[in-house]
Design a protein around this ligand. Structure first.
Ligand code: DP6
Length: 351
């Protein structure tokens, strides 16, 4: 079933929760196979994207709520990351709460103390915004469940993703396992620009024990934010070509995830990663996020694959880190052939 924005708007709650209350939740990170790059309106994607949800890299969030005498115009909150008060993060979170107010009007009746910690090091260059906003969206839906009459599981699943999207686009895909598709695609049922869905096909067994080993080539904050990168797509000379590619790739990727065609999966995954960075290198202004070591690792992966036929490939997000994707049954072999040769910290995650 398709939901509209209207379906997610709610009015006054029918119940009250006993405060002070505490909600404790976690949400996973995800890695895109077909990339979301370019957006319009209120966090609507230029094209559909497909991702694997990761299991180990997560954000754990605890929210402590206390009742306010009067519901305010803006949400009153404090944000702590890894036990430290982080006012720098508050403008982005405040923007999120503002955007979602009509879909969750009850939030402003409380003061929020938000305590988050990531299972991956904060300075690892791994995006924490996807898992971070997905965790906040889950908390809001937990509250909605307590305050309003029961809705269907489908409504809650889609609304979690819908709210998460309003914090950060890729967060829309951090709300369910193991694969999510975000963005309307005419040939894929139930897809929407408003939220991500779990596709209705069965993921082929070859992907069920899939790994993502993340090589931390660069641990600092990204030099160009994803939001700035998305904006450069508006006047990008290859905008229309990219759009067409991403629609085609989403359909093809869905097919390979269903049939388990690893050779085609590898070819397409790497093509998407390189295309994303090619778009950055051809925007105006252009920029390069890959580092010499990113390329060295890419060459090493390709050289090992050509020599041994092992089904290993790479993808990249908007940074210099390399995500190495492979089936779990070749992990021991890759340890000696590949990981031992890489002189950076590696986070071994799985789908
Ligand atoms: C390259 O979701 O971080 O990782 O919506 O502005 O918060 P905002 O951007 P963000 O962009 C992620 C871009 C990407 C590709 C992807 O995850 O699909």
């Amino acid at each position: 079933m398709q939901f509209t924005e209207q379906d997610f708007i709610i009015t006054s709650p029918i119940k009250k929760i006993s405060v002070p209350a505490e909600i404790n939740i976690s949400a996973p990170s995800n890695i895109a196979l077909v990339k979301y790059w370019g957006k319009h309106g209120l966090q609507l994607p230029m094209n559909p994207s497909v991702s694997f949800t990761l299991n180990k890299s997560r954000t754990h969030t605890i929210v402590r709520l206390t009742a306010l005498d009067k519901t305010g115009e803006n949400l009153r909150f404090k944000f702590f990351l890894n036990e430290k008060y982080q006012p720098d993060f508050e403008p982005k979170i405040a923007g999120f709460f503002k955007r979602i107010k009509i879909y969750a009007p009850f939030i402003n009746a409380y003061h929020w103390e938000i305590y988050s910690h990531n299972t991956f090091p904060h300075s690892s260059g791994i995006a924490s915004s996807a898992s971070g906003f997905a965790a906040l969206a889950k908390i809001i839906i937990e509250l909605e469940k307590q305050l309003y009459t029961q809705q269907t599981a489908e409504y809650y699943n889609k609304k979690v993703s819908f709210l998460a999207r309003l914090g950060s686009g890729s967060a829309a895909r951090s709300t369910a396992h193991p694969v999510m598709i975000w963005g309307q695609h005419p040939q894929i049922d139930n897809t929407s620009d408003l939220y991500a869905i779990v596709p209705d096909f069965e993921l082929h067994p070859v992907f069920k024990n899939f790994r993502d080993s993340i090589v931390l080539v660069e641990k600092e904050q990204k030099k160009v934010s994803s939001t700035a990168g998305h904006n450069l797509m508006h006047n990008h000379p290859f905008k229309n070509i990219r759009k067409k590619q991403a629609f085609d790739h989403t359909l093809q990727m869905s097919e390979y995830l269903k049939t388990g065609d690893l050779k085609k999966f590898i070819k397409l995954t790497e093509a998407e990663a390189l295309e994303l960075h090619a778009l950055m290198m051809t925007s105006n202004p252009n920029y390069i996020l890959m580092q010499p070591d990113t390329l060295k690792i890419i060459h090493l992966i390709r050289e090992i694959r050509n020599r041994t036929d092992l089904p290993v490939c790479f993808t990249l997000d908007a940074g210099a880190n390399v995500h190495i994707l492979y089936p779990g049954n070749i992990s021991t072999e890759l340890e000696t052939r590949l990981f031992k040769k890489i002189n950076f910290e590696i986070i071994h995650d799985f789908v």
